[in-house]
Design a protein around this ligand. Structure first.
Ligand SMILES: [Zn+2]
Length: 333
């Protein structure tokens, strides 16, 4: 009778241990991505721990089973915990998957301060539909005075960013100076022209003294290499190959980011990542430049996420005017 009870309890222990192992595996996969599941996991740990240690031991007091369970519990904790610290380091609070609970359609629900991502009226990116665009000549040429400056290449978890430590010159719009802070890449492009997506989009993010943002976007299609990205290839390979999230890029001259056209679209929009802050002055260079497939691939590989995209879908324009600056005939293009 006692022997039967012992066998019975051993079986129960095996079942619980397997159960525990399964949850640990699941946990290591999802930890760092869902805050709620971390809480759920903690409850599971406590629940199963109690089952394994107290339920059978109360009946049996078997030292063998106690040891067996202890070893398993410690081994499994060791198995799960390192995975956790790695994942949390790389935690991204939002992603780009269409049906994910952290996907673009849900960004506004993740934090109260991200609400404008869902309920804003001037969100970016948008489709630059020709019929909607007003051609104007009064905006003037892009007034950029950039300078070489120390920069760091950073993996932000969803994109690669080149950050200038103390700013790298200015862009002047309507008498306000916006300091160039950083640039980063989205693939495929976020803005579209007549519904057409491009392979890559570069964003040069500028900020005024009172914290207003002006972003210059450059679109790329697959073709010849982009010289600016070529100059960063070694640094990008380093990030892609080592798993390091940051590397010093040295002195980088933003003038090397070629525009190749005076024509540009201008509209009022938002940041295209949470918190989706509005009143951003957007300038999208009209000329579509080129980049190689390998350059686009390298930018994606360096990010080390499982996604192969980091482009927010186009947003409603809500009747916002979009201008296309084209210099007068007198001024050559
Ligand atoms: Zn961007």
């Amino acid at each position: 009778m006692i022997k039967e009870l012992q066998t019975h309890c051993t079986v129960i222990n095996y079942v619980f241990t397997l159960d525990f192992f399964y949850i640990s595996r699941q946990a290591s996969l999802i930890l760092g991505r869902h805050k709620h599941s971390q809480l759920l996991l903690l409850c599971n740990f406590i629940h199963l721990g109690l089952k394994i240690f107290y339920f059978p031991l109360k009946d049996m007091g078997n030292l063998g089973i106690k040891l067996f369970c202890s070893v398993f519990l410690v081994a499994l904790l060791l198995h799960v915990l390192p995975a956790r610290s790695q994942e949390v380091e790389d935690e991204r609070e939002f992603d780009y998957k269409k049906y994910s609970e952290k996907g673009p359609a849900r960004w506004g629900e993740i934090h109260p301060e991200w609400g404008v991502c869902s309920n804003g009226s001037m969100q970016s990116p948008i489709d630059l539909l020709h019929e909607r665009v007003h051609v104007v000549s009064h905006l003037g040429r892009l007034n950029r005075s950039y300078k070489p400056s120390n920069a760091t290449l950073k993996n932000r978890g969803h994109d690669m960013m080149l950050k200038w430590e103390t700013g790298a010159g200015t862009l002047e719009i309507n008498g306000t100076e916006y300091v160039l802070k950083q640039c980063h890449w989205h693939s495929p492009s976020e803005h579209t022209i007549n519904g057409k997506k491009f392979a890559l989009e570069l964003h040069m993010v500028h900020e005024s003294q009172d914290g207003k943002a002006a972003v210059v976007g450059i679109l790329y299609t697959i073709g010849r290499p982009d010289s600016f990205l070529s100059s960063l290839t070694d640094r990008l390979r380093l990030v892609a190959g080592t798993g390091e999230n940051e590397t010093i890029a040295g002195i980088v001259n933003p003038k090397e980011i070629k525009i190749g056209s005076r024509k540009y679209y201008r509209y009022m929009g938002s940041l295209t990542t949470p918190p989706c802050t509005e009143n951003v002055i957007w300038t999208i260079v009209r000329k579509v430049r080129t980049v190689t497939k390998e350059q686009v691939r390298l930018l994606r590989v360096a990010v080390h996420d499982e996604s192969n995209t980091n482009a927010r879908p186009v947003q409603l324009t809500n009747g916002r005017p979009v201008q296309l600056y084209r210099p007068d005939e007198k001024e050559d293009d």
